[in-house]
Design a protein around this ligand. Structure first.
Ligand code: NAD
Length: 296
C-alpha cells in the first residue's frame, strides 16, 4: 500500500520505518532534513510539504506531530494536507493532542470526503522501534477496521475507543493517572526510605500489597529498585517530564470543558511545571522524586 507519513521525529521516524519493513511504499515530509534522510535511506520518497505528500497516489496518510497547533497547521494550513488530498484517503493522526482539536480537524476533513481517525499511542520510543505500541483509536468503526492492519505494522494492541476524539480521551485520562501515581509512588518511597526502610524491601512490600501500581512495580522512581527503569540509569531514555507536563495540561484543559474535577491531576501538573522550571524537563518523569527528596 502507498502511505503518506508526516512527522518523522522520535516516534514517527521508527513508526514509518516499520511501515517500510512491512512492505509499504512511503511518501514522507518533516521540517528536519536529518529526520527525512533516515527515511529516504530506507527507501521512502521525500516531498517538500504536507500538501505534496497528500497529493500523491496514497490510500492512507499518518501524522505524528508534537502538539495540537502543529496538527492544525499540517492539516488545515495553506500548504496543508486538506488542500490537496484526494477524497477517500483515510487520515490517521497519532499525535497526542486535545480531543477538541481532533474533533475539529476531523469535521473539516469529513466535509471534503476524508474520514479521519485519532490514534494516539503509548509505549514510548522503545515501543515505536519494536513495533509494539498500543494505539487508542477514535472515529468510525468501519474506518478503524480499514486502519487496523496498517496500525498492526507499528503496534501490538490496537484498541477501538469509540467516536472521533475518544482515542485522545483515553490517552489523556491514562496519562493523567500515570502522572498522579508516579508522584504517589515517589512520596511513598521517599517516606519509607527517610524513615529507615531499605528501598528494595519497601518496593517489594508495596508491589505485593495494596499500594501496587505500574509506577511502583515496573517504573519505580527510586534508583536501583528496578534495574530496567530510567531511575537506575540517571533518569535518561524514558518519557520526558516535559511530555508528561504537556499531557497533564491537555487533561486539565479538557476537564474544564465538561466541568470534571481533576484536583489531583491539576496538582500533578503544578508539580511537573515546577520541576520543569527548575530545568529538569528533559529528564524522565520519574525524576520528580528528586524534587520531593529535596523538600525533606
Ligand atoms: P518529536 O518532537 O521527536 O517529533 C515531532 C516531529 O514533527 C519532528 O521531527 C518535527 O520536525 C516534526 N514537525 C513539527 N512540525 C511540523 C510540520 N509543520 N510539518 C512537518 N513536520 C513537523 O516528538 P515525538 O517524541 O516523536 O512525539 C510525537 C507525538 O507523540 C507527540 O504528540 C507526543 O506527545 C506523542 N508521544 C510521544 C511519546 C514519547 O515517548 N516520545 C510517547 C507517546 C506519545
Amino acid at each position: 500500500m502507498k502511505i503518506g507519513f508526516i512527522g518523522l521525529g522520535n516516534m514517527g521516524g521508527p513508526m514509518a520505518l516499520n511501515l517500510i519493513k512491512a512492505g509499504h511504499e512511503l511518501a514522507v515530509f518533516d521540517l528536519m532534513p536529518a529526520s527525512v534522510q533516515k527515511l529516504t535511506e530506507a527507501g521512502a520518497q521525500a516531498f517538500a510539504s504536507p500538501a505534496e505528500v497528500a497529493a500523491q497516489d496514497i490510500e492512507i496518510l499518518v501524522t505524528m506531530l508534537p502538539a495540537s497547533a502543529h496538527v492544525r497547521t499540517v492539516y488545515l494550513g495553506d500548504n496543508g494536507v486538506l488542500s490537496t488530498v484526494r477524497p477517500q484517503v483515510l487520515l490517521i493522526d497519532s499525535s497526542t493532542i486535545d480531543p477538541q482539536t481532533a474533533r475539529d480537524v476531523a469535521t473539516v476533513a469529513a466535509k471534503q470526503g476524508n474520514a479521519m481517525l485519532d490514534a494516539p499511542v503509548s509505549g514510548g520510543t522503545g515501543g515505536a522501534q519494536a513495533g509494539t505500541l498500543t494505539f487508542m483509536v477514535g472515529g468510525a468503526e468501519a474506518d478503524f477496521a480499514k486502519a487496523k492492519p496498517i496500525l498492526e505494522n507499528m503496534g501490538k494492541n490496537i484498541v477501538y475507543c469509540g467516536g472521533t476524539g475518544n482515542g485522545q480521551v483515553a490517552k489523556i485520562a491514562n496519562n493523567m493517572l500515570l502522572g498522579i501515581s508516579m508522584i504517589g509512588a515517589a512520596e511513598a518511597m521517599n517516606l519509607g526510605v527517610s524513615l529507615g526502610m531499605d528501598p528494595k524491601v519497601l518496593a517489594g512490600i508495596i508491589n505485593t500489597s495494596s499500594g501496587r501500581c505500574w509506577s511502583s512495580e515496573v517504573y519505580n522512581p527510586y534508583p536501583g529498585v528496578v534495574e530496567t527503569a530510567p531511575a537506575s540509569r540517571g533518569y535518561t531514555g524514558g518519557f520526558g517530564a516535559d511530555l508528561m507536563l504537556k499531557d497533564l495540561g491537555l487533561a486539565t484543559e479538557a476537564a474544564k470543558s465538561v466541568k470534571a474535577p481533576v484536583t489531583l491531576g491539576a496538582t500533578a501538573q503544578q508539580l511537573y511545571q515546577t520541576f520543569s522550571n527548575l530545568g529538569h524537563g528533559g529528564l524522565d518523569f520519574s525524576a520528580i522524586i528528586k524534587m520531593i527528596e529535596k523538600q525533606g
